[in-house]
Design a binder for this molecule. Structure first.
Ligand SMILES: Nc1nc2c(ncn2[C@@H]2O[C@H](COP(=O)(O)OP(=O)(O)O)[C@@H](O)[C@H]2O)c(=O)[nH]1
Ligand SMILES: [Mg+2]
Length: 658
């Protein structure tokens, strides 16, 4: 939208980028603070580093989903690329591309590019996400932003097709589905396209996913299982010229409706495109408006969404209007209302989600650092008061203090034993948690399902194996969730006990939440069930598709267990660490206090010298606390009000890769 614009979208994307760099600054400042004053463990360091990386690479993805020819590509052109004065993405009538296209800005590449993954890679079971890691499998074409013509020409490569013998099409799972057996089949040349492009919105972290129609989405299960659920917003497009067709509805039911029902803040926006086909010079504006409104109501009714969620627009007229600077036409295209909704309803929520992720990543470390420094300051001040009362060098009082300090030390050493027994208890519970998540067990189940599948070539058999496997996986995850909850309660109780009974500063244990993984697995299960029931998969012809789906699904599910396992192990290693560090520090403090009282009583140090020392210490600690408060502010700003403004709360599941 570098062209005519009211700036709402730019402003909100800018706010998102600013919020991200504020968070980055905060986390980096905390990292520096820890280097100077803290005693972070290797695991804590790693967590900080990972949070920073996730922040640096965070993208805000908007997915455009619809049957082909509804005007997705045109809509993307109109919303984002009108500034180029022409169509950037190929938008054409009739058969369109099968190739999902991602548009973003790759800061690591010096030149803008189009990267294309050959369709032949479908022969392997390797998902696109794997291929992404290795540019060698992709064909790279470079783009010259100074030459919009040439750029559009290069980008047009993504819609290329070719003719191959039927057998080869079959091998790729791209044989015609109507039962016909032509000699050759026209298939897309590319499986997936990545476009890196210097555009202000993309540079700030926006990414666009343009998906092909229903058939192609079914052919790449990764899109449904992975890419769409991960997107922050999904725009579902229908055409005013056709209304909601059967295949639109199928698309909605199978791939979008579930996302719209999800309560975790993902925005699903329905676009009623091509309203210009209802414009009619022979009817009054009011009549045309009424016709559009009627269709809007109808679309909302059929899809089962709120009317306010349906946006009538004309992408084509909107693009023309922006290119020509025609404000009247732009108003008629209603494109702005859609852009504003996207900017105001989706982006602020995304910001809140990002902040949540950072808080999950380093919030407890920061809280604990503040608590620990606060505790040190408290101790130093108490000693200071103690010594000030001694300034007359009252020997009796000094003896008294020494005696008290020794008694406290003895009590403290007894407390340490209770720490050891808590630790043993935790380790016992941890073993049970890890057993439930054991990848070996999961792999055995997966292997068994694969053997079953190899034996059964019927669709029904394949579906049965899929079901058995998922039932087993869900059971294992439920067990892990229950154990995880128990373990978490135990750790919380231990922390509370040491604060209440042993006077340690209040520490926040890092929380272990297996629930998010459970939710993710249940979502995959839902996808699997929907797929099992869908009419497409009842044809034996489709066993290829089912196999493909199964492979992706299982890879996803295994990945959920893998990540859950990693998190649980990492958590168990570090759960008690803040407490252990505090216990050690408390011990050292007591020793130092005793030592200083001893030296004073032996007249090796004057009370005044020790007081001056402690005063300097207090000052340093106060400065450290102020810096930590500043960091906290950076991570909080603009704070919870943003959440309220953004509507529903942040996602409870961990953002992918975050
Ligand atoms: N009348 C009209 N046609 C449109 C509009 N948007 C797209 N089209 C046309 O619909 C066809 C398909 O558009 P395209 O963007 O390729 O659809 P996609 O397959 O969903 O990406 C093209 O011929 C476009 O010119 C619109 O707002 N009004
Ligand atoms: Mg398209």
């Amino acid at each position: 939208m570098a062209g005519a614009g009211d700036g709402t979208l730019e402003r909100e994307v800018g706010a998102y980028a600013a919020s991200r760099s504020g968070l980055l600054e905060g986390v980096q400042a905390f990292q520096a603070w820890l280097e100077d004053f803290g005693e972070a463990s290797a695991e804590d360091d790693l967590r900080l580093y990972e949070t920073l990386e996730a922040l640096r690479h965070d993208r805000l993805t908007v997915a455009f989903v619809a049957e082909f020819s509804r005007g997705k590509s045109e809509l993307i052109n109109a919303i984002f690329f009108a500034g180029h004065g022409r169509r950037l993405l190929p938008s054409q009538a009739g058969r369109t591309t099968m190739c999902p296209t991602e548009i973003f800005h790759d800061a690591e590449s010096e030149r803008p590019y189009v990267r294309l993954l050959p369709i032949e890679t479908r022969r392997t079971d390797i998902p696109v996400s794997e291929y992404r890691r290795d540019p060698i499998h992709w064909v790279t074409l470079y783009l010259d932003p100074a030459d919009p013509e040439g750029m559009a020409e290069t980008i047009a490569e993504i819609v290329r097709t070719k003719h191959v013998p039927l057998a080869q099409a079959r091998e790729l799972g791209l044989a015609p589905q109507d039962g016909s057996t032509p000699e050759t089949v026209e298939i897309p040349k590319w499986r997936h396209a990545l476009i890196s492009f210097p555009h202000p919105l993309l540079e700030q972290g926006l990414a666009i996913l343009d998906t092909p129609g229903l058939n192609a989405i079914g052919a790449e299960p990764e899109l449904t299982l992975n890419a769409l659920p991960a997107a922050q917003a999904v725009l579902f497009v229908v055409g005013a010229d056709t209304g909601v067709t059967r295949s639109d509805l199928e698309m909605w039911n199978e791939h979008v409706a579930r996302l719209a029902r999800r309560g975790d803040g993902q925005g699903v926006i329905v676009v009623l495109n091509k309203i210009d086909t209802l414009w009619d010079e022979l009817r009054s504006r009011e009549e045309v408006e009424a016709a559009i409104e009627r269709q809007r109501q109808e679309v909302a009714g059929i899809l089962g969404v709120d009317v306010a969620q349906v946006f009538p627009v004309s992408a084509q007229k909107g693009l023309v209007a922006k290119v020509r600077g025609d404000e009247a036409l732009l108003a008629r295209s209603r494109l702005r209302a859609l852009e504003r909704h996207f900017a105001e309803a989706v982006l602020p929520r995304k910001r809140a989600i990002l902040r949540e992720a950072v808080h999950r990543g380093v919030g407890d470390q920061l809280d604990n650092a503040r608590s620990v420094v606060g505790g040190r300051l408290e101790q130093a001040r108490a000693q200071l008061n103690e010594l000030r009362s001694l300034s007359g060098k009252n020997v009796a009082v000094l003896e008294d203090l020494l005696k008290k300090a020794r008694a406290e030390q003895a009590t403290y050493l007894r407390h340490l034993q209770s720490y050891q027994s808590s630790k043993r208890l935790l380790q016992k519970q941890a073993r049970e948690l890890l057993a439930a998540l054991s990848l070996e067990r999961i792999d055995r189940r997966i292997h068994a399902a694969r053997v079953e599948m190899a034996k059964s070539w019927t669709t029904a058999g394949l579906k049965r194996s899929m079901r058995t496997l998922f039932d087993g996986l869900l059971e294992a995850m439920a067990e892990a969730e229950a154990r995880g909850l128990e373990t978490r309660r135990l750790v919380e109780a231990v922390f509370r006990k040491f604060h209440r009974e042993h006077g340690l500063p209040p520490l926040t244990p890092r929380l272990l939440d297996m629930g998010a993984y459970g939710a993710e697995l249940r979502r995959l299960h839902e996808e699997a069930e929907a797929f099992r029931r869908s009419p497409v998969t009842t044809m034996t012809e489709q066993s290829f598709v089912i196999r493909k789906f199964f492979v992706s699904l299982v890879a996803e599910a295994r990945n959920v267990f893998f990540r859950a396992n990693e998190e649980a192990e990492d958590w168990l290693r570090t759960a008690l660490a803040p407490l252990a560090r505090q216990l050690k520090e408390r011990k050292q403090l007591m020793e130092r206090r005793l030592e200083s009282l001893r030296r004073i009583s032996e007249s090796r140090q004057t009370v005044e010298a020790r007081v001056a020392e402690l005063e300097a210490q207090c000052e340093t600690l106060e400065r450290q606390l102020a810096e930590l408060a500043r960091i906290r502010k950076l991570l909080d700003y603009p704070g919870p009000a943003e959440l309220a403004a953004g509507g529903r709360g942040p996602a409870s599941s961990p953002a992918r890769g975050a």
